[in-house]
Structure formats: C-alpha cells, structure tokens
Design a protein around this ligand. Sequence first.
Ligand code: BG6
Length: 491
Amino acid sequence: DQDSTCSVTVVGASGDLAKKKIFPALFALFYEGYLPKHFTIYGYARSKMTNEQLRDMISTTLTCRIDQRENCGQKQEDFLKRCFYHAGQYDSEDSFKELDAKLREQEGDRTANRVFYLSIPPNIFVDVARCSSRAASSSNGYTRVIVEKPFGRDLQSSGELSQGLAEHLSEDQIYRIDHYLGKELVENLSVLRFSNLIFEPLWSRQFIRNVQIIFSEDFGTEGRGGYFDNYGIIRDIMQNHLLQLLALLAMEPPVSLAAEDIRNEKVKALRSMKPIRLEDVVVGQYKEHTSKSGVSYPAYTDDKTVPSNSITPTFSCIAMFIDNARWDGVPFLMKAGKALNDKRAEIRIQFRHVPGNLYKNSFGTDLDKATNELVMRVQPDEAIYLKINNKVPGLGVRLDRSNLNLQYAERYKKKEFPDSYERLILDVINGDKRLFIRDDELAAAWKLFTPLLKELEEKQVAPELYPYGSRGPIGAHYLAAKYNVRWGDQS
Ligand code: BG6
C-alpha cells in the first residue's frame, strides 16, 4: 500500500550482526527499490550516539554488489538520510515510549507498519519484546519482531524463551530467522524436487541410497570462542541450519506453497525422525597445525576465551534415520566442521545401483562408483549437478562418471546473488512466513537433539582431535562406512 509507512528498528544497532548483515541487506533492498516509499530505519542501542554518528557507522558497512555499482554513492547517501538513532535501555518501557514518539512523528496519520529486529543476545529478547510491545507497537498497522538463534540451549530453555515471547507477542508477529533458509539454492530445493518429473518419483528409499548434508568452514572460531564454547557445532550449525535442509529434503509434498502447509510438512518430517544414538555420532575438535610453509594455525583451546580443557566439539558427524514409509532405512548423514580444508555447504543424494546393470564390468569391482549422485552446492559457487555414467568417446566401451552441470554463475551470468538476509527481511515486511521457523518446528528440532546433547555432556565424550585445515577426524569415515556410505565430498 503506497500510503502506509514502514519502519525497521534494529535493536542492538552497534552489534556485529547489524553491521555485517542487517544494514547492508536493508541497503541492498533500498537500492533495488524493494522497500516501501515511506521507509525509515532506527538504530536502537544503549550508548549515546547522534544520527550522524550512526550514519557514519553504517556507511562503513555499505558496499554495492557488482550489479549495483551505478549511482552507488548517491544511493548510499539517500539511504543514510533514512537512518536515525535512538539511545535506550533494553528493559525500559520509557525508552521505547520515547522511540514511539519519534516514530509517530514520522508516520503522521498514515498506516504505520513496524518491524523490530532483535539483534541482541537472547537473554534480553523477552525484555525487549515486553517493552516494545507495550510501549512501541503500531496502533493501526502491523508490528513484527525478528529473532535469531540461539533460541536456547536445549528443549527446556528454548521452551522458556518461546513462552516468554508468547506472553507479549502472538506467533503471527514472531519471525524466527534461520538464515540458511534465505539462501538461493535452499529456496530452490523444493522447486527442484516438486517441479521436475525426473526427481520427485525417485525421491524415496526405493531409489535413494543415502543423503549427505555437509557444511565446512576453512577457519576456526577465532574471536567468537566465548559464544561458541557455550554452544558447540551441533547447536551452532546442525540443530538449525542443517536440520532445516534435511526437513525440506525429506518432507512429504505440501498441500500448497502456503507457509502453513510447508511448515506442517517440515514439522511432520522432524517428528518422524528416530532418536539419535550416541554410536551414530562422531565429535571432533581442531588442534594446532603448522603448514609445510611454516604458517601455524591455533588449536581451538588456544583461544583465550575458551577454557584450556574444553571438550566442546568444533566438528561433528551424525547418522540419522527417518521412521516413515518414504525413508525407512535410508541414512541421512550430516557433517559440520570448523577449521577444515575447505569452505562449502552442499547436499548430496546418492542413488541406488541400477539393478542388473549391463555395464557393471566396465566399472571394475567398485559398483558404488557407478551410481548416480545429485549434488546441490549451496555455497560457494552455487551449482546443481548430476553425476551420470557416460561412454568415454572412442573405440571400445569404457565408461566414466560425468557431470550434467548447472553452474549458476555461468547460467545466470551473475557472480553474486542477494544475501539471505535481503530475502528474509523483505519477507518480514511482506508478511511471508514460508522461510521462517514456527514454534512447534523449533520445539521438534530441540526434541531431537536435546537427549544427544545431554548424553554427550553427561558422559563427557572427548572429541577426536584433528589438525586445523585437515579433512576432519577419521571417525567420520568409519561412521559412514558402517552404513555403506562413502562421503561424496571426499571421493
Ligand atoms: C552461523 C553460525 O549461524 O552461521 C556461524 O553461528 C557460521 O558459526 C555461520 O559461521 C555460517 O553462515 P554462512 O552463511 O556464512 O554459511
């Protein structure tokens, strides 16, 4: 509606997330003309700062994508003029009342839509939800609140947080971000599956041998050790980002593309998962490594903010199973690690052997090398490729496995795609909940992981050490081998 106003208040405006992701994403949306005509941004934090100082701070974070270079400087100036600062306490209704007055002044008598982005530690989510909803809710438009993980450390603490928020906000108003859901390739998962005849009929235990969901980073937790040590890789990456990918891959076809239909199916998939057994889990932690050229990389425990005897995993690999008709017996393997040899996130679906394959002798004894594999590379270099068997051209019959390859950069002539925060913030403004986590979905995710996390902690399971920059602990291979799986990223 052209006549309404929209404000986004970034609570915790001087934090890392705000600087690295939120302001740049808002600017990119502004650049592309996606933001409503009457649009303002408020930075909210405790320290004293003028509008000018906030603008200076934001301006250092803004860049323009390659396709947004035209008029970049002018657009940045226009954008900064829409940014204002409000200093306030996080648990003070009065502070939010003052903000409300400033917002009202700008909104005039237009319909006022308000978004609050809680870019703050979760222990103050509820305070801010209380104060902002009592003192700074819109009186004639919507009021929406964005929150982001960590949503607690386990089922109980996450439940308490959900309950605390629910006292002040309706589920309708809460947008729980999992930024993996905003990635280009991830949104494409359901397109690939549900709009291509060659995939959906094969999408079950009958044709799929195993599914691999892989995340790796080639840097450690430097600078974030304090946060990380309280969570570990399972809570940081697996319980949320990777499990979301799994739910999208495994869910039954939703009735429609409506948010509730999709989320209903995701919750069902999560609730169908078998409890995770400790023997199906490998944990690792990176140790110091000196490269051949003499560069030395620190151990996780070298970080000053990490206790020297910490057993927090920086790597984990888990075999999971879904107890339903579609997936009975199919291993879903997740692997996530920091300080490994490369940076990537990808999904690999390995198909079964062709029954009675006429060409089996062309592959020697290793028939696993003759199966199809569908790879969706979420990052970097977005791509989807399918490994197929092909005759090597020439006389005689020799086969090899080649890729039918859809490389995004080449196909779509773009090197950069919108950051996931752009898509997600725009969805909040438009009220589209497809890519956000519903409360029962969050609970189902914690229900699955909490017993495992408790067991690991109670038994003080020591992580397998792996050198910084390596492929991770060897245990990941043994675990996969137990289910006749070979990691696709390492073959
Ligand atoms: C965050 C984790 O949620 O995701 C970080 O807390 C991790 O540890 C990051 O580095 C990875 O996100 P991306 O988009 O860079 O793959």
